[in-house]
Design a protein around this ligand. Structure first.
Ligand SMILES: [Mg+2]
Length: 243
């Protein structure tokens, strides 16, 4: 790899970070939670063949929670009613089973914890030392729990997450609303601020919001896909910004 000079992020007004895949490897916790929940369900209901990791990538990864449950059960020829998002986790509906997965996710977080990416933590330390304001902009409704489990909640005066977005009727990524509103809450101008994202929808959101620097972190999406979505710079890890 050729050396290249990356901008000094402390010269910007603020840095706004996506959470899952940027600050924390949350996908692993989701995989573990799906596996635990479905292994129990398949055993209880005598569903065959048993759950495997291939099921995660084929039916669950990247889908909304309930759509994933429906897809995997359909694959095993199991039919249950859709139910309603307010269903309790005990109910044998698509929504109830999806809510059961979220309970397991919260338990896995509590029991196993989650460590931030070391490179991301190092960059947060650099920004803190320079007094550069930072925020989290996540679509997740579990952002508060993930940040607390990772031990970095107190670093962020502003956390824009799926709970606040729903409450305030903000359109989700790739619309710019969540990034722009977080910048407003911080009292900073997007044009002189940085947004950091690992997903195409997130890069599109920050780009549409007019951020002065949009950084794509390539955790598997691919550098050109992130650039095409509007990233000015793509790195494989935020460690690259730590001198
Ligand atoms: Mg992400």
């Amino acid at each position: 790899m050729t050396a290249r000079s990356l901008p000094d992020l402390t010269t910007y007004q603020a840095v706004l970070f996506d959470l899952d895949g940027v600050l924390t490897p949350t996908a692993e916790v989701h995989m573990h939670a799906w596996q635990t929940m479905f292994e129990n369900l398949f055993a209880d209901w005598n569903i065959a063949p048993p759950y495997t990791e291939a099921d995660y990538f084929e039916h669950l990864d990247g889908k909304k929670r309930y759509d994933g449950v429906a897809a995997l059960l359909r694959n095993r020829d199991v039919e249950v009613p859709w139910g309603d998002p307010s269903d309790s986790p005990e109910e044998d509906t698509i929504c109830g089973i999806g809510n059961r997965k979220n309970l397991v996710f919260e338990r896995v977080l509590r029991e196993d914890g989650i460590a931030p990416y070391p490179g991301s933590l190092a960059l947060l330390d650099v920004l803190a030392a320079a007094g550069t304001p930072i925020a989290v902009v996540s679509s997740s409704k579990n952002a508060e729990e993930v940040l607390a489990s990772a031990g970095i909640r107190d670093r962020f005066p502003v956390v824009m997450d799926g709970v606040i977005a729903e409450r305030d009727n903000l359109s989700s990524k790739p619309a710019p609303d969540v990034f722009v509103e977080a910048a407003r809450m911080m009292g900073v101008d997007p044009a002189t601020s940085v947004a950091v994202e690992d997903a195409i929808s997130g890069v599109r959101s920050a780009s549409a919001g007019g951020f002065g620097l949009v950084i794509g972190v390539d955790r598997g999406v691919g550098s050109s896909a992130l650039t095409d979505a509007g990233a000015h710079i793509v790195v494989s890890d935020l460690e690259e910004f730590v001198q």
